[in-house]
Design a protein. Structure first.
Length: 95
């Protein structure tokens, strides 16, 4: 069932273009401290870990327009395997 926000997004028009959104796969949040973020999303919100990785290389560098990017990622979801929340902690660059 679509939430009011999702229903609003599905009916949005931006600069004359009609947008239709079928679903949201995931969204990302940049965090400063992965351990604290994990405790919040796991212990307080009840999400569980789906996948984690350290990502780096040409693809990430080119996508972000930076050199030598290294980002720790952690994808989490609820018990229904709904929308994923991706936590991102940049190890390089650090700002």
């Amino acid at each position: 069932m679509a939430t009011p926000l999702l229903m609003q997004l599905q009916k949005s028009t931006i600069e004359g273009f009609n947008l239709t959104m079928a679903s949201i796969r995931h969204f990302g949040l940049v965090v400063k401290d992965m351990d604290n973020a994990l405790r919040f999303y796991r212990d307080i919100l009840g999400l569980h870990k789906k996948h984690s990785a350290i990502e780096y290389g040409d693809f990430i560098d080119n996508a972000l327009g930076q050199d030598n990017v290294e980002v720790e990622t952690l994808k989490m979801c609820d018990d229904n395997d709904g929308v994923l929340i991706e936590l991102l902690k940049f190890n390089n660059p650090t700002t």
